[in-house]
Design a protein. Structure first.
Length: 360
C-alpha cells in the first residue's frame, strides 16, 4: 500500500527507517565484510575464479593502489590491474583496508586522481553494490529533471542481486541526501503516479528467499492478471507482481502465453505508456530472462549515434564476476557481434581498458 505525500502517516512511515539508519548501515558494512569469509563447513561451492583474475594479498593490493596515486602523476594502469582482476568480495576488502590504512575512502582517493568515464568505471569497483546503486539513483534525480531510464535500470540491477542489496540501497541513499530514497522518488515522479508506485513497490519487496513455486497459485494469479489487464487496473498488476517472487512472475507470464496465445508483456504494453510501460517491460524481462535483458541493455547503450557510457558501465562493472560470460554469449546471439569488439569500437583510453579487462 502507498501513503500520500505530505500526510502525517507518510512522514511517520519513514521516520522509523531513518532512526535506525546509522545502526543498520554499520551492520551492513559488517555483514559485507563477514560475507567475504569462506567457511570450510559451507555446503555451497566455492566461486570459480574468472580467467583474468590475478589473486594478490589485500595488503599488497592496497600498497600498489597507494603507490599508483601518491605524489605527482597517476599510474592508471596499476589501478586497472588491481581492480579489474579481483572478484567483488576481494575489491570490497581492499577498499575497507585502504580506508583503515590511510584514513580516506578508496573512492575519494581515486576520484581525486581520475576523471571522466574512466573515473566513472572505477566507482562500482570500489563500492558495495548497495552503495553504488544508491549513488546512481541519487544522481539520476539530482538537479532539474529526472533520468527515469537510469532509475529503472539501476533498480533492476539491484533486484537481480538479492533482497539485502535492495534494502541496502535504500539505507545507503541517506549518505547522499537529506531525504529518504522513497521521499525523493515521490518528489521527482509526482507527474506519473503509476510509475512512482511501481518504483516504490519494487524497493519495498519482501525477501522471498528460496520460496517453492506454487503452481496452483500461478493459475489463480493468471486469472487475476487477466482480469486486471481487461480493466486496465495497472496498480493491481504492480501489487501482484511485487508480492510474488521473480520465478513466480516468470511462471505467470509463461502460463498467460499458454492460455492466451499472447505474451503478457505485450498485453500490459497495450494498457500502459511512458515510464510505467518501460518499467513493466524491464521488470518482466528480468523475471523471465535476465541474461537476455542485460544483453539488450548493453546493445541499447551502444546502438545508434553516441554511447550511453553510464548504462554500459553499470552493467559490465556490476555483472563482471556474476554472469557476464553468459551475457557475452547472449549478446552475440542477439546482435551477431562480439561484445568486446563493440565496446572497443565505442570507447577509448583508460575507460576502454577497464571495460575490456572485465569482459576478457
Amino acid at each position: 500500500s502507498f501513503t500520500l505525500t505530505g500526510t502525517l502517516s507518510f512522514k511517520l512511515s519513514y521516520y522509523n527507517e531513518y532512526k535506525s539508519y546509522l545502526r543498520v548501515k554499520a551492520m551492513l558494512r559488517l555483514i559485507v565484510l563477514l560475507s567475504t569469509v569462506t567457511l570450510t563447513t559451507s555446503r555451497l561451492p566455492l566461486p570459480v575464479p574468472s580467467l583474468n583474475e590475478r589473486p594478490m594479498s589485500i595488503e599488497y593490493a592496497v600498497k600498489k593502489l597507494r603507490k599508483a596515486m601518491k605524489g605527482w602523476g597517476t599510474d592508471e594502469q596499476a589501478i586497472i590491474d588491481v581492480l579489474t582482476h579481483q572478484r567483488y568480495n576481494s575489491r570490497i576488502q581492499i577498499a575497507s583496508k585502504y580506508e583503515d590504512e590511510y584514513g580516506e575512502t578508496l573512492w575519494k582517493a581515486i576520484k581525486g586522481e581520475t576523471s571522466g568515464d574512466f573515473k566513472g568505471s572505477l566507482k562500482p569497483l570500489v563500492m558495495t553494490h548497495s552503495e553504488y546503486f544508491a549513488a546512481t539513483m541519487y544522481y539520476a534525480m539530482k538537479g532539474p529533471g529526472t533520468e527515469e531510464s537510469a532509475l529503472i535500470n539501476t533498480l533492476m540491477l539491484a533486484l537481480m542481486k538479492d533482497h539485502a542489496v535492495l534494502k541496502g540501497t535504500r539505507i545507503y541513499y541517506m549518505d547522499f541526501d537529506d531525504k529518504t530514497l522513497i521521499e525523493k522518488i515521490v518528489e521527482d515522479t509526482s507527474d506519473e503516479e503509476t510509475f512512482r508506485d511501481f518504483l516504490i513497490s519494487t524497493l519495498q519487496r519482501k525477501n522471498f528467499g528460496r520460496e517453492k513455486l506454487n503452481r496452483t497459485q500461478v493459475e489463480l494469479d493468471y486469472y487475476a492478471i487477466k482480469a486486471y489487464v481487461q480493466k486496465a487496473d495497472i496498480i493491481s498488476i504492480i501489487g501482484l507482481f511485487n508480492s510474488r517472487s521473480l520465478p513466480h512472475v516468470k511462471a505467470i507470464s509463461e502460463y498467460y502465453y499458454q492460455k492466451e496465445g499472447k505474451e503478457l508483456v505485450n498485453a500490459i504494453k497495450d494498457i500502459t505508456d511512458h515510464h510505467t510501460q518501460e518499467m513493466f517491460i524491464s521488470f518482466l524481462a528480468v523475471a523471465v530472462d535476465p541474461v537476455q535483458y542485460l544483453a539488450n541493455e548493453l546493445n541499447k547503450s551502444m546502438e545508434g549515434w553516441g554511447t550511453d557510457e553510464d548504462l554500459l558501465t553499470r552493467i559490465i562493472c556490476t555483472r563482471a564476476d556474476v554472469d557476464l560470460e553468459d551475457v557475452k554469449t547472449q549478446y552475440k546471439l542477439t546482435t551477431g557481434r562480439q561484445l568486446s569488439k563493440d565496446v572497443k569500437d565505442e570507447t577509448s583510453g583508460d575507460y576502454r581498458k577497464v571495460l575490456l579487462s572485465l569482459i576478457d
